[in-house]
Design a binder for this molecule. Structure first.
Ligand SMILES: Cc1cc2nc3c(=O)[nH]c(=O)nc-3n(C[C@H](O)[C@H](O)[C@H](O)COP(=O)(O)OP(=O)(O)OC[C@H]3O[C@@H](n4cnc5c(N)ncnc54)[C@H](O)[C@@H]3O)c2cc1C
Length: 414
């Protein structure tokens, strides 16, 4: 692109056209702010893998509040996951179908989550942005930025610069914006490798009707944990490796064929669409804003969590919409002090949610790994009690998904 982007006045700039950047840009544009997105990759890039498949009702409601009809359109392109079963050593310890019990009250809907590949959600968000007049600059990576009391000077990898009124940094895990404002990720990396395998939908279409299910200590997998979660067009299988496992070998075609054979139809092994091996970071930025309150971080630029509990995109979408709202309030505020306060409040509030989400997904990992003898004992006891004491089964089943009730004073979950 031209190294000198011209805009009328100073626009609000969103760095990154991932799902979080897109919903942030839409939120700004829908509030009447001139909005420009800088994305390092080309428009026709391929976004691999299912990734954030599980969209929860607060996320869809947020999409709907930004643009009426958007949440419904995305939900219509997903499948409603209406059930969830949990097993311990091959024995079913929990069975749930939507609308009932504790999970029903927390999910507050006829479906636990809407499940679809992340790229489909991104397509909806991108098209909505274009309709709302967001200006996109593809292949326009940001190399740094400097904020000052009146705005932000954004430096492009091409050598150009761009002045912005406010910036939302939604440039993902290796965020340049985060580094530029001097923020640091705090937390740890979990040492358990996971293998994530996406497979196609069975030709008879029955994959989508399968409830999500989680197996603790699967007897056919030498006691490894495994989760299956359907999404529109396929299913995701997440295998938790054991200490000493050769994750790279388990992630080869032959490795996957061997370990999936006893647990799913052999058809799936010939219809793998994506394989990935992960160790999850559990980190949150020490600040979500800059000293001049002209920059806000959102999504994976601000936090990284294991996907257990669906905290990634669901919380990123809330960061983004809150950031857009705060920036609109700051732009329209009576004086600079008030603008400063609005951005400070937004950054602090979203960071508190980031810490909460990090703790919740860390709890999921603790229960799933059970390296702590106390957790191991509690898991074994819950599994034994489950047939006669349903809350014990529900506690164990909730371990990996961590559907937590809204916090006091808030209707949000993330
Ligand atoms: C295997 C896996 C499973 C997951 N499962 C779930 C799930 O079930 N539920 C859930 O909620 N989340 C899940 N997540 C997390 C989810 O995918 C992320 O939260 C989501 O992609 C984050 O979106 P983002 O927009 O913050 O970052 P990204 O999607 O990483 O987007 C960042 C964008 O910024 C661009 N960019 C980077 N640097 C620059 C730069 N310097 N200048 C300009 N542009 C730049 C990138 O090209 C990219 O387009 C999963 C993630 C993985 C990897």
């Amino acid at each position: 692109m031209n190294p000198h982007i011209r805009s009328t006045g100073d626009p609000c700039v969103v760095v990154g056209a991932g799902p979080v950047g897109l919903i942030a840009a839409l939120g700004l544009a829908r509030r009447g702010l001139p909005t420009l997105v800088l994305e390092s990759e080309p428009l026709q890039r391929i976004r691999p893998g299912s990734r954030a498949i599980a969209l929860a009702w607060p996320t869809l409601r947020r999409f709907e509040s930004v643009l009426p009809g958007l949440g419904r359109a995305i939900a219509a392109d997903g499948i409603g996951v209406t059930g969830y079963d949990a097993y311990y050593e091959g024995r079913r310890i929990f069975h749930y179908r939507s609308g009932s019990g504790v999970l029903g009250r927390v999910a507050r809907a006829d479906r636990l989550v809407t499940s679809l590949p992340q790229r489909v959600t991104e397509r909806h968000l991108y098209e909505a942005c274009v309709r709302a007049g967001v200006e996109f600059h593809w292949e326009s990576g940001v190399s740094g930025l400097e904020s000052h009391p009146d705005g932000v000077r954004v430096a492009l990898r091409s050598g150009g610069v761009l002045d912005a009124d406010y910036v939302i940094g939604a440039d993902g895990a290796r965020s340049v914006v985060r580094k530029a404002i001097g923020a640091t990720m705090i937390g740890h990396t979990d040492d358990t490798p996971f293998i994530i395998v996406d497979v196609e939908e069975l030709p008879d279409g029955s994959t989508s009707n399968t409830p999500g299910h989680f197996h603790y200590r699967h007897p056919e997998l030498n006691g490894r944990n495994v989760m299956h979660m359907p999404f529109r067009g396929g299913m995701r299988i997440d295998l938790q490796c054991l200490p000493g496992d050769d994750a790279e070998q388990l992630a080869t075609r032959d490795g996957i064929r061997d370990w999936t054979a006893p647990i799913v139809s052999p058809w799936y092994a010939d219809h793998i669409t994506w394989v990935s091996t992960y160790r999850f970071h559990q980190v949150v930025a020490d600040t979500y804003t800059d000293p001049h309150r002209r920059v806000l971080l959102a999504g994976e630029a601000a936090h990284l969590f294991a996907p257990w509990g669906g905290r990634g995109l669901n919380s990123g979408a809330l960061d983004a919409t809150d950031a857009a709202k705060a920036i609109a309030a700051a732009v329209h505020s009576a004086d600079r002090a008030e603008a400063h306060r609005v951005i400070t409040r937004c950054a602090a509030d979203r960071r508190a949610w980031g810490l909460h989400n990090r703790d919740v997904s860390s709890r999921a990992l603790r229960i799933m790994r059970a390296t702590d003898p106390a957790v191991r004992r509690r898991r074994t006891l819950a599994a034994r009690l489950a047939p006669v004491c349903p809350p014990a089964g529900a506690w164990l089943a909730n371990g990996p998904i961590q559907l937590t009730p809204p916090r006091l004073g808030s209707t949000d979950l993330y």
